[in-house]
Ligand binder design. Structure first.
Ligand code: HEM
Length: 522
């Protein structure tokens, strides 16, 4: 697939839309349903008009690979990413070319597979703190706001691990700031935005508040680093130089990148944790198999780097959760020059939309895509699938820099919570995506009850672990199950790598293409 100058243009199929607006109406009403419907009705390469933008949704794995990997040089962030810049300035997520390359090189070392094991003590400490709070809530019969707790947990872990900064006093404030970030980046086009730039508006007030808060955080992080020399990522940022000027990064560069990592790194992982824990609670056979692995691999001990490697079923559960509920469920690119997507031509400037959610529900590669089945991620099953049928972390040079960190956190936190607690959804709590804007977080608060499995038996450090098989008893309360489980295909083994993988075939709940909102949870 290379650039083409053919005169007879081959245009991908897609909805006609209405004059001027194109398909903006159905896009705004329910974006997830609309995009899933496009794949169902038009196939794996679909052309649509969204106001002034010509957009191609691609879910054919070969074409996804073409855009993200093989011809990635022809694709930049583009206009659909511009709104991120309002908050994140010029950071890894929002820039391209040499500027991006220099920054990626500078921060990459702390995110490499071997380096991320250093954060294990921080993951364990923050999770322990949360679980102690859960003990108190359980004893008092109080429910837990799962998404809020996961956000706090991932934020505290990230901040301590990368910046050696205790962000706990700010977590409540930062939760409202993250809500503001989403709002100011995506609620544009309201009439007040047409006013002259000097007129104060609610949106401008919120943008100013976001920057005030992050100015303070970055100043405190830098001061603390100057005092202690601690924090592996802030250390790299303080030592980095700009390849264009040879000068150290400016305060603004450090602030933009710090903000990018805080925002990109904690909410995504929290969303993934939330869906993974709920999926386990809804599938008793998954819970049972997970319990068996935790007992065999960990005994009653806390996980460490070595035992985490052996949590192969836990990893498969996480992989399947990231398939069904990919936290970053769409992301765009813009073509610099003309190109072909499969058999179709696209013009310079055309936007391309990659959707892990749509690709991960493509019935050509995922049998019964609505069934939750961790056995889709055995090494054999992965080998049978095209790699880019699955890309929760993107792919190619712009693949998520934090993917190993996220997977490590997910595995350890899921293991620690399940060693100690049973979770069940408080009746009446509904789970819907709604029209998600950035991440696929549940639309409403998710209230769960947490019940300790074995009172008074907190896991020991790994060095004091007993022989396998003597771990926590599996006599916890039965979790709520509001959907039949997908059946496993029986093959066992380690899960695949971060990022991209390939397909297997269970049977179970639902089937076909998912409907509106969150298709899996009533
Ligand atoms: C389950 C958790 C996570 C998911 C699903 C996720 C997903 C993604 C995806 C899909 C992209 C690629 C976007 C694109 O190509 O346009 C991305 C990029 C990025 N992610 Fe993550 N992410 C997660 C966790 C993290 C963590 C823990 C960090 C940092 C601590 C992080 C930092 C970043 C950054 C800085 C980028 C931009 C990379 C670049 O363009 O060079 N993410 N992430």
């Amino acid at each position: 697939m290379t650039s083409t100058t053919t005169t007879a243009r081959r245009t991908a199929p897609g909805p006609r839309g209405v004059p001027l607006l194109g398909s903006l109406g159905p896009w705004k009403r329910n974006t997830a349903e609309f995009l899933l419907g496009l794949q169902r009705d038009y196939g794996e390469i679909v052309r649509m008009q969204l106001g002034p933008f010509t957009v191609h949704q691609v879910s054919d794995p070969d074409v996804v690979r073409h855009v993200l990997v093989e011809n990635n040089g022809n694709y930049v962030r583009g206009p659909l990413y511009e709104q991120f810049g309002v908050v994140m300035g010029k950071g890894l997520l929002t820039t391209d070319g040499e500027f991006w390359r220099g920054h990626r090189r500078a921060v990459q070392p702390v995110f490499l597979k071997n380096a991320v094991n250093d954060i294990i003590p921080n993951i364990i400490r923050a999770t322990e703190e949360m679980l102690q709070d859960w003990e108190r809530k359980a004893a008092a019969g109080r429910p837990v706001d799962l998404m809020a707790d996961m956000l706090r947990l991932t934020l505290v872990t990230l901040s301590r691990s990368l910046f050696a900064y205790d962000i706990r006093p700010d977590t409540a404030l930062l939760k409202t700031i993250v809500d503001d970030v989403v709002e100011v980046m995506f609620r544009r086009g309201v009439p007040t935005e047409m006013l002259p730039s000097w007129v104060p508006t609610e949106r401008k007030r919120k943008i100013a508040r976001i920057h005030r808060v992050f100015d303070r955080v970055v100043t405190e992080v830098r001061r603390s680093y100057a005092r202690t020399g601690e924090g592996p990522l802030i250390a790299l940022m303080e030592q980095a130089t700009d390849p264009a000027t040879g000068r150290p990064w400016t305060h603004q560069q450090i602030k933009d990148e710090l903000l990018t990592v805080y925002l990109a790194g904690h909410e995504t992982t929290a969303v993934a944790l939330c869906w993974t824990l709920l999926s386990i609670a809804q599938h008793p056979h998954v819970q049972e198999e997970l319990d068996a692995e935790l007992a065999t691999v960990l005994g009653g001990a806390l996980p460490d780097a070595a035992s985490a490697e052996r949590l192969t079923y836990t990893k498969m559960v996480v992989d399947e959760s990231l398939r069904m509920h990919p936290p970053i469920w769409i992301f765009p690119r813009a073509a610099v020059g003309a190109d072909t997507l499969g058999p179709y031509d696209i013009e310079p400037g055309a936007s391309v939309l990659l959707s892990p959610l749509v690709s991960h529900h493509n019935p050509r590669h995922w049998d019964n895509p609505l069934a939750f089945d961790p056995y889709r991620f055995t090494p054999e099953a992965i080998r049978e699938r095209p790699r880019l049928a699955y890309f929760p972390f993107g792919s190619g040079p712009r693949q998520c820099v934090g993917n190993y960190m996220a997977l490590l956190e997910l595995k350890l936190i899921v293991a620690m919570i399940n060693q100690r607690f049973r979770i069940s959804r408080v009746p009446g709590t509904s789970l819907q995506y709604g029209s998600p804007v950035i991440s696929l977080r549940p639309l409403q608060d998710v209230m769960v009850s947490v019940v300790p499995r074995e009172r008074g038996a907190a896991p020991r450090a790994a060095s004091t672990a007993p022989a396998a098989g003597t771990g926590p008893a599996t006599d916890g309360t039965t979790p709520a199950a509001d959907g039949a489980a997908g059946t496993a295909d029986g093959s066992a083994g380690a899960a695949g790598t971060a990022g991209e993988q390939g397909a297997a075939a269970p049977a179970g709940e639902g089937g076909g293409t998912p409907p509106a909102g969150c298709p899996h949870h009533p």
